[in-house]
Design a protein around this ligand. Structure first.
Ligand SMILES: Nc1ncnc2c1ncn2[C@@H]1O[C@H](COP(=O)(O)OP(=O)(O)O)[C@@H](O)[C@H]1O
Ligand SMILES: [Mg+2]
Length: 239
């Protein structure tokens, strides 16, 4: 299996944005402590530094591994007030209301509106996509009276409005299958057992992949891209 550099990997993940000015969907999957959050932060930095000035919205609320220049910490409701600015925002929490759950449906709706009015690409980074689910494989909770999820709509239709999704999960079985189906790229970190069985059933993992994933150390991952052979990669970590 081919091994690619950090730069090559980042170029592949951001290809829709770089080449077609469309949003990309990327998923980091793997057990806790193997580098998903760190690598997602690298991806965001790469976009800012190399690809395009973006409207970045991050819901990374637990451990502030990365701080973005110019970031504003706002609640979902306040997001509308900084529309049009190319600033970095964190979703809810990181405030006194840190235990508040982020209302992802409200967030997705605001992002949709921001993308319609802003001229720069919008990137939503969600650390732990299960936070956007009400139960296993179900988006929500949905707004009262609504049948369809705004998160679902972002995944299905946000691309043409230039909305990108860069998300992580450590429980592949619990996030909606749509997140795999709609992702341009998926990176797989160390996993075994049930998680591998599940991804095998989804067709994300085939052949020798399972064995490779079980042998991975911190930082190592497989890049999957539709219709392309998998590639091995590991990002440099600055200490
Ligand atoms: N490529 C790497 N090499 C060495 N250490 C790494 C690498 N990537 C991540 N780490 C370290 O592993 C730890 C867990 O990373 P993190 O991104 O928080 O994992 P996850 O989000 O998958 O739980 C961090 O302390 C980070 O510095
Ligand atoms: Mg993490």
């Amino acid at each position: 299996m081919e091994t690619i550099s950090e730069k090559e990997c980042l170029e592949i993940i951001t290809a829709p944005l770089r080449l077609k000015k469309e949003g990309f969907r990327h998923l980091w999957v793997g057990y806790s402590g193997y580098g998903k959050t760190v690598d997602n932060a690298k991806l965001i930095r790469y976009i800012e530094d190399t690809v395009a000035k973006c409207f970045l919205i991050s819901t990374d609320q637990k451990n502030r591994i990365v701080e973005y220049p110019g970031e504003q910490i706002v609640l979902v409701d306040q997001l509308g007030q900084i529309e049009g600015q190319s600033a970095v925002i964190r979703g809810a929490a990181m405030t006194k209301a840190a235990d508040d759950e982020i209302d992802f449906e409200a967030l997705a709706k605001r992002i949709w509106n921001i993308a319609r009015t802003t001229t720069v690409p919008v990137v939503l980074a969600i650390d732990e996509l299960f936070d956007a689910c009400s139960s296993s494989q179900t988006w929500g909770p949905l707004e009262r009276g609504k049948r369809k999820s705004e998160m679902d709509r972002l995944y299905r239709q946000g691309r043409v409005l230039g909305i990108s999704l860069a998300v992580t999960t450590q429980v592949p079985q619990e996030i909606p299958r749509l997140a795999y189906a709609m992702s341009d790229t998926v990176c797989l970190f160390r996993m075994d057992g049930r998680e591998i069985d599940y991804l095998h059933r989804l067709g994300v993992i085939v052949g020798e992949d399972a064995e490779i994933l079980q042998g991975f150390s911190v930082g190592e991952f497989l890049l999957c891209q539709k219709g392309q052979p998998k590639k091995r990669c590991s990002f440099r970590v600055d200490r």
